[in-house]
Design a protein around this ligand. Structure first.
Ligand SMILES: *Cc1c(COP(=O)(O)O)cnc(C)c1O
Length: 653
């Protein structure tokens, strides 16, 4: 299908495919997974007696139980087929969902048969190690030193964010605990509380090493907030962009830090955190003597896919350290766009410089010549991730891996000791008898992470994906580029699109300008309408017709998602898009909310220009049908309204 097969990995061979093109292979491998496991069982202690004879299996209740099993599965399958959302199809462009990698689905099922629990290595001798390896794959992709960092899988970005804030919180209270401890306090030489609350991450981690040397660490750790609780407001403010995911609100609540201690950083016209405003807010907090618990930057916002300027944030922290002696923790919420870092790395995991990168993209057919991605400042942001203290990333979004797979990476693994509940077994390496090579063993993930019992199958799925689709320009790079390319063509097509004419009414279509990643926000507008409220209603109704709300998703021609860009979250930034579509400032001031359709364009199927052009023509027809449907509804409604009025009038007379 594609013209872009310059490396050994073929993107179309990664998926079951929109027409189940790889069904035969998939079934063979699925059978292989099941039969391998079945042999594993039957081969286990062949000397054990058989528990079931053929005669037993012919007993009526036995047959009946099997028939009912089949019946329940028939029922479930029918339910799933009726109401599930067809992520696999390019007709779905909404949330961060697409087809999932065959290798991950197969690895998941294969491992799931063994039911490993990654809480403790004794319950998952294989998959715990796969999880650590997959975590380090991600660390390497972000430019962390794999000997210093660590990463692990979570249920999703939400829990990864909780964990980032959890370590940041405990880190913040360690110096205070040291200062309170009679034997340990000398380590900090009578530093003021202000200094204690503003130490750089690495200095606090060095303190842990020192405490361990003196055998005081565990005692002191019980005097941090994990033992003593959080004193109201003491730890300062969490700075998160207005564009944040709502998991940050939940995190402040759950960790007892209080939502009122969130300071929202305003975003600029590109929906990124405004660096000037951020600086002002940080300086003003420092002037007021208020500590900063952590600053969060978002790499790929949930609503517009904007990529915050991470380089500015790193530079700001350096400036605060040198000018004011104040530092703070930095966490990056890259749940959505984190995997795009792979696009910047070569086959040896080295960062490719910007000019070479763009050149390679075009030479190797990863992007068509007319698409230049990323913007230089976005490149700098990806590059600067290696300076952040921790990073959230979601394999179940742009990693094309089935749920539930989020992840968190931490730059310096010493930080784990602040939250772990067992002597640090996670990184213990033991030399096996008679061998010099060291081996990780007795890993107790559950004691050092937020979750306890968890599926080892997920780890197998992520690990297998990283083996087949390397985290570099020729692996995930190629795959993710397909979506970015399609997103760009979508916007371009929308921009030059003729209006839709239906029963004498004209509808235009507008897209928000060039996104940082592959999120396309767009909306329809009836020509002549100047009311923003009506405009929002129109798009809300179109969304309903293009979503599961319309009923049987399986027969729907196009499915998308939607969002409201509100004043509350984005200030007056949506105004420029309102104006572009012909709405006045007064209208915006009145409504303060703009309803848009939202499409994370992740499909790998439309990376060929001809395929895309055919798709776009089909999509235009679909949009026309949807608009027609909407007008028909309105006509019907006004018709029945008139009838109702007539009846009403008759009665009242
Ligand atoms: C999706 C997302 C999250 C939450 O991740 P889940 O996997 O849904 O828990 C957090 N932050 C951002 C920026 C996201 O896009």
């Amino acid at each position: 299908m594609s013209n872009f097969n310059n490396s050994k990995m073929n993107v179309d061979a990664l998926f079951l495919g929109p027409k189940s093109e790889n069904a035969v292979f998939f079934k063979e491998m699925m059978e292989y997974a099941v039969m391998e496991h079945a042999h594993w069982r039957s081969g286990f202690h062949p000397e054990d007696p058989e528990f079931l004879t053929t005669v037993d299996r012919y007993a009526p209740e036995y047959r009946d139980t099997l028939y009912r099993t089949e019946g329940i599965l028939n029922h479930l399958s029918s339910k799933l087929k009726t109401t599930s959302i067809p992520w696999f199809s390019p007709r779905y462009m909404g949330h961060m969902n697409a087809d999932t990698l065959m290798v991950s689905n197969l690895a998941y099922v294969m491992a799931m048969m063994y039911n490993p629990n990654n809480c403790a290595q004794e319950s998952s001798p294989t998959t715990t190690l796969l999880e650590l390896e997959a975590g380090l794959d991600l660390c390497a992709m972000f430019g962390y030193d794999v000997n210093q960092s660590w990463g692990h899988i979570t249920s999703g970005g939400t829990v990864a964010n909780y964990e980032g804030l959890w370590v940041a919180r405990n880190l913040k209270t360690l110096p205070l605990a040291v200062a309170k401890h009679a034997k340990a306090q000398d380590l900090l030489e009578n530093k003021s509380e202000k200094v204690l609350l503003n130490m750089p991450t690495s200095a606090v981690l060095d303190l842990i090493d020192e405490l361990k040397k003196q055998g005081l660490f565990e005692e002191v750790r019980e005097m941090t907030c994990r033992g003593e609780g959080v004193e109201q407001g003491k730890l300062g403010k969490l700075l998160v962009p207005q564009s944040k995911h709502y998991s940050w609100m939940k995190a402040m609540d759950i960790l007892g830090l209080g939502q009122q201690n969130i300071v929202q950083l305003p975003v600029d016209a590109g929906y990124r955190t405004d660096p000037t405003e951020m600086k002002k807010i940080v300086f003003s907090l420092i002037e007021q003597g208020k500590p900063i618990l952590a600053v969060v930057a978002v790499v790929g916002t949930t609503e517009t896919g904007a990529i915050d300027n991470v380089a500015d944030l790193i530079a700001l922290r350096k400036e605060c350290e040198t000018r004011f002696g104040v530092s703070f923790y930095i966490h990056i919420d890259a749940a959505y766009a984190g995997y795009a870092c792979a696009m910047l790395r070569d086959e040896n995991n080295q960062l490719i410089d910007y000019d070479t990168l763009i050149q390679r993209y075009h030479q190797e057919g990863i992007f068509p010549p007319e698409i230049i991605w990323p913007k230089p400042d976005v490149y700098q942001s990806f590059k600067s991730l290696s300076e952040a203290d921790s990073i959230t990333v979601d394999p179940h979004k742009v990693g094309f891996i089935p749920y539930a797979a989020g992840a968190i990476c931490m730059k310096d693994k010493r930080i784990v000791d602040l939250i772990s509940y067992h002597a640090a077994y996670v990184f213990e390496e033991v030399a096996e008898k008679g061998q010099t090579a060291k081996k990780t063993q007795n890993v107790l993930l559950g004691s050092s992470i937020m979750e306890g019992s968890k599926a080892g199958a997920t780890a197998a799925a992520v690990w297998a994906a990283h083996r087949l689709v390397p985290l570099n320009i020729l692996g995930y790079g190629k795959l993710i580029a397909a979506g970015i390319t399609t997103a760009n063509w979508m916007i371009e097509s929308i921009n030059v699109s003729e209006p839709f004419e239906i029963e004498g009414r004209k509808f235009e279509i507008y897209a928000m300008p060039a996104p940082d990643f592959h999120m396309v926000n767009f909306m329809f507008k009836e020509v002549g309408n100047i009311s923003l409220e009506k405009q929002n209603q129109l798009n809300k109704r179109i969304y309903e017709l293009c979503s599961y709300a319309a009923g049987r998703s399986y027969t729907n021609d196009f499915l998308t998602s939607s969002t409201s860009l509100t004043f509350e979250e984005y200030g007056n930034n949506p105004l420029s898009f309102c104006r572009y579509a012909g709405f006045s400032e007064q209208e915006w001031d009145k409504v303060h909310s703009l309803y848009v359709l939202r499409a994370a364009v992740m499909t790998h199927c439309l990376r060929d220009k001809q395929h895309f052009s055919d798709y776009w023509l089909e999509l235009r027809k679909t949009f026309e049908n949807k608009l027609q449907q909407l007008i028909d509804e309105k006509n019907k409604l006004s018709h029945s309204k008139n009838n109702y009025l007539k009846t009403f009038v008759r009665i009242s007379i």
